[in-house]
Every structure is written in structure tokens, then in C-alpha cells.
Design a protein around this ligand. Sequence first.
Ligand SMILES: [Zn+2]
Length: 55
Amino acid sequence: MTDTQTCAEDGCERVGAVRLHIPWADERVVCTAHARALVQQEGVVAEPLDGADWE
Ligand SMILES: [Zn+2]
């Protein structure tokens, strides 16, 4: 994959680096900053995309 996605959050133009699996919503690709915030919600699973700087 060579497509670069941008963060799915409104107003955020950072590069999407993590796919979030959200029980109550569609999965989405967000930047690491948003992923770190959202993954703290119960049930949300973060799946780093290739090359993502995620720990
Ligand atoms: Zn973002």
C-alpha cells in the first residue's frame, strides 16, 4: 500500500498511522495522537499500520 491516509478526526491533518477498531462505530484510521486518546476508551483496539511509530 502506498496510499497515505490522513487522520479521520475532524480538523486533524496529521498522517493516519493507527487503525482503530471501535465497537460502537466504524473502524477508522487516525494519527498517533488521536489514537492514544481514543484507545483509552473501553473496547477500542488499536492496530498500528506499517511503519507507524506506536508502542
Ligand atoms: Zn488526529
